[in-house]
Design a protein around this ligand. Structure first.
Ligand code: GLN
Length: 195
């Protein structure tokens, strides 16, 4: 199984390492045609405005939409979530709209721009301990009716799933634990069987 990491900007290297630890082949994706060779795609954290410019410059929008229509799973973390969300605030900007959530960028304020927290994610019905690194993170301000919240922090959703799209406001690749990457790899494996 090959899982791609969008390698235009941001924290793609550590995602690739986490995926390799899960026993899949991690592929750095820099061109839309490279999506044909992977079964799932991680869109990493970074700076969403820069990432958007590069996504546009390389004509990734139709390619990611096609990838999604083919049922292949996507996992967006932090800036990656901002790219996948239905609506973006603070300020408003273009997004792919592949999961029905509204996110507000840089929404933790200056004092708590970056922080670490322990939490619990409900993964396949099992409560699983997770560590979360929030780095100038967005906040999920609205969740659509069909979106499943998998983890919360301070009573707010921080990880969610809608079908083949998984998102987190934090950076799972910065922890030693691979539980969240494993969960995504399972999504990718199941989508392959179903295809
Ligand atoms: N603050 C960034 C943005 O708005 C996201 C930060 C991150 O990905 N760690 O795009």
């Amino acid at each position: 199984m090959r899982v791609g990491v969008l390698a235009l900007q941001g924290d793609f290297g550590l995602h690739a390492k986490a995926l390799e630890k899960c026993g899949v082949e991690a592929v750095e994706v820099r061109k839309p045609t490279e999506l044909d060779a992977v079964d799932g795609l991680v869109i990493p954290g970074g700076e969403s405005t820069t990432l958007l410019k590069l996504i546009d410059a390389w004509d990734f929008v139709p390619a990611i939409e096609k990838f999604h229509r083919a049922g292949k799973p996507l996992f967006g973390t932090c800036a990656g979530l901002i790219i996948l969300a239905r609506e973006v605030e603070g300020p408003r900007q273009f997004s792919l709209g592949l999961i029905d959530v509204t996110v507000e960028r840089n929404a933790y304020g200056r004092q708590r721009e970056s922080f670490e927290a322990a939490g619990v994610a409900r993964l396949d019905g099992v409560d699983t301990r997770i560590e979360m690194f929030f780095i100038r993170a967005p906040r999920i301000r609205r969740v659509g009716p069909d979106v499943h919240v998998l983890a919360e922090h301070g009573g707010e959703p921080v990880m969610a799933r809608y079908g083949s799209v998984l998102v987190a406001t934090f950076h799972p690749e910065l922890t030693d634990s691979t539980v969240i990457h494993r969960y995504f790899c399972d999504m990718v494996g199941q989508a392959r069987i179903a295809a």
